[in-house]
Design a binder for this molecule. Sequence first.
Ligand code: HEM
Length: 408
Amino acid sequence: MSSNTAAPPCPAHVPAELVREFNLNDTPGISDDPYAVMSKVGHDAPRIFWSTTHHAGKQPGSWWLTRSADIRYVLQKPLLFSSKETAAFSLLLGESWDLVPLEQDAPRHTAVRNWLNPIFSHLRIRPMESGIRQTCVRLVETFANDGGCEFVGAFGRPFPITVVLQLLGLPYEHVDMFLKWEDQLLHSHDFGVMAEAARKIKDYLLAAIELRRKTPTDDLFSQAIRAEIKGVPLSADEILGFCYLLFVGGLDTVASSLAFHFKHLAEHPDLQKQLRANPEIIPKAVEELLRRYAIVTTHRRATQDTELAGIQIKSGDWITICTPMSAMDEHEYKDPEIVDFTRTVRSHVTFAFGPHICLGMHLARREMAIALEEWIARVPVFRLKPGSRPKLHAGGVFGVDELQLVWD
Ligand code: HEM
C-alpha cells in the first residue's frame, strides 16, 4: 500500500495524508497470503484511510477502517450508515432492485428479517442436520482411502454447495455454470463481463421463480413467493432480490471458509490432534477458525455528515467494511494470526454484526462442525502435499482455488 497524494481526484474533504492506493485485487502479495497483507495494512496504516479505488468503480473511493471496534461501530449504526447499493449488482444492469435483505434499510429491513429469522433459526436447521451429514459422509468416503485429494474440488465446494442448492431447489447439474457466473460477477475486473454475468443470473432466477409460481415447492424460492409481511406479499423485485442474494451469498462463502480452515489444519497437525483427542471442542474450534479467517468485504454509505474513527466524513461517503482486516486487528486480538482453540474470543465480525448479521450463520456453523467431525472420523492426520502450494485469491470474498492434501 502506498501513500498517494497525487491520486485520482478524491473529494476535497479527504485529508491528503489519509489517501492511500489500496485494493483487494492487485495489491502485491495479496494472492499469496491475503491475511498477511491485511495484517500489514492494519499495522502500518492509520486507523482510517481513504482508498482511491472503490468496489463498484463508479465512486471516487471509500474510507477503510483498520480497527475492529470501528468496524463494529459502523455495522451497529444502520441509521448513520446505509446498506443501500452495497453490492450494486442491479446497477450493473441499469436497474435499481435491492438484494433482499442485504441492501435494505430499516424499517423494511427489520420487517423482512422478522419474516426470515425463524426460517434460518437453530430450530429449523436442526432437522436438516442428518441430510447434511449424509452429504458430507458420502463425499468424504469417495476419497478417504486414496491417501490424498484436491480439497476444493473433492469436498470444499461440493459439500456446502449441495446443501445450499437443496435449500434453494436448484439442480446440482448446473453447478459449474453457477460458479462461473458467480466468479465473473464477483471477481472480474471488467464491467462488461460482470454485467453479462449479472444478467445471466437474473434471467436464470426469474425463470426459476416463474416455474415455482406455476408449480409451488417447499424450497426457499417458493417460500419467498408465498411470504406475506403484514398481510402483503413481497414485491416481484423483492422476490428476485432475495433469490439473487441467496444464490450469490450462499454459494461459495462456506466453501471459501472451509478451505482456509482445512489449509490451516493441514499446516498445524497439533491442532488436528487436539480435535481428534477432544471432538467435543469442535464448535469452539470452528468459532476460532471463523474468527481467524474472515472472508467478506462489504460496504456502507454515510447518510449524514458524521465523525468516524476520529475524523469528519461527509454524507454520501462510502465506507469499506473489510472483515478480514478486523480478524487481523492486534488491538482486538492478541497474536491475531494464531489459531488457539482455548482463546476466549470476543465475538468476531466474520458474519458481520448488528441488524445485517449473516442470516445463514447457524447453517454455516453446523456445516463446518459436521465437516470437521466427519473428516477426523474418517481421514488420518492430513498435511499439504509436499511441493504443492495452495492457490488463494483475495477480492470481495477471500477464497482458495486449489488445496492439495495428503495423508498416510
Ligand atoms: C462462512 C460462511 C459465511 C460467511 C462468512 C458469511 C458472511 C456474511 C456477512 C459478513 C454478511 C453481512 C454483509 C453486510 O452486512 O453487508 C452476511 C449477510 C448475509 N448472509 Fe452470510 N455468510 C456466510 C454464509 C451464508 C449462508 C450459507 C447463507 C445462506 C444460505 C448466507 C446468507 C446471508 C444473507 C441472506 C445475508 C444478508 C443478511 C441481512 O442483510 O440482513 N450466508 N453474511
